[in-house]
Design a binder for this molecule. Structure first.
Ligand SMILES: C[S@@+](CC[C@H](N)C(=O)[O-])C[C@H]1O[C@@H](n2cnc3c(N)ncnc32)[C@H](O)[C@@H]1O
Length: 285
């Protein structure tokens, strides 16, 4: 596959691609995401606003596969449900305008469950149909892939040949203990006064548990509904960014630029893909 990685973030699609192909170009507006991408993949994404990507630039790349994770806020359970009319969907709409001009042979769009049945889903399906391509909509959660983390996602696949759903794995999740840092960072512990104030809404898990809720980009700034907190003998703490990266199935050597704050790391991870689930989605192509 000759891949365009659109909305590339920290490069989840590139990790999942493995030896199936090569990324010709990645695109993301975020400097922080691009610095993390370069550090891990040795390739510099194009720091450009995709809503104004010229058709010629896209066609000149000669890619045959588009892999993309457009912003999910317009489709999130806790978002505004504005779909295509949300400004953050502008780039996706533009890409859908470009689709007939330089159609790829394969495409995967990853998003939250609310994407299914949305106006964006309808537009994408219409574009796929108009090219005479086949479509397959998949839903999967890493908790069935041996990972003790919930991150239900949808994958809209399109290809020139018929697509057939493969059975999703049904592996029991490993305990959270297997994903924890060998040495804890003291800074992750919540101060007693914060804990006293916030204790109620927190999603608390223990190292022996085999489940955890989804980490969102606001983890580290918000408490309730942003992800799980770990209860240990010493108190209650956040998961470290490295632990979240392991729970997403990112490769062992995955790193962040040293200057990046915890909050920025959580934001990138909260936007990221669960790699084993993305690998499974690509297995269909
Ligand atoms: C859901 S995240 C994608 C995460 C990615 N799949 C990963 O593995 O990390 C969306 C990304 O799109 C980028 N983005 C959002 N709007 C954009 C736009 N209009 N043009 C280019 N990049 C955009 C954001 O900076 C963010 O990194």
């Amino acid at each position: 596959m000759r891949v365009l990685e659109l909305f590339s973030g920290l490069g989840g699609w590139r990790c999942a691609l493995q030896d199936r192909g090569s990324v010709l170009a990645a695109y993301d507006v975020s400097e922080v995401a691009n610095a993390t991408y370069i550090l891990n993949h040795g390739h510099e994404p194009r720091a450009r606003e995709l809503a104004t990507l010229p058709a010629k630039e896209l066609a000149d790349l000669g890619a045959d596969t588009w892999l993309m994770s457009p912003p999910c806020q317009p489709f999130c359970r806790m978002g505004n449900h504005k779909g295509l009319s949300d400004l953050r969907s502008r780039a996706f709409r533009h890409l859908m305008d470009l689709f007939p001009l330089a159609p790829p042979d394969r495409l995967v769009v990853e998003n939250v469950e609310g994407f299914l049945g949305s106006d964006a889903h309808a537009l994408l399906s219409e574009r796929i149909r108009a090219q005479g391509m086949h479509q397959l909509d998949l839903q999967a959660c890493p908790s069935r892939f041996g990972l003790p983390n919930q991150r239900p996602r949808v994958f809209i696949l399109a290809a020139r040949r018929p697509l057939k759903a493969l059975p999703a794995p049904d592996l029991p999740p490993d305990p959270l203990a297997d994903f924890l840092d060998a040495v804890e960072d003291e800074r992750l512990y919540l101060r007693p006064e914060i804990l006293a104030r916030r204790h109620h809404g927190l999603d608390l898990v223990e190292p022996g548990d085999r489940r955890s809720t989804c980490f969102i980009g606001g983890y580290g700034r918000r408490f309730v509904g942003s992800g799980p907190f770990l209860k240990t003998d010493r108190g209650v703490r956040r998961f470290s960014p490295a632990e979240v990266a392991r729970l997403l199935g990112l490769p062992a050597g995955f790193r962040f630029p040293v200057s990046l704050s915890f909050e920025a790391r959580y934001r990138l991870l909260g936007n990221g893909l669960s790699i084993p689930v993305a690998v499974w989605a690509l297995d269909h192509l």
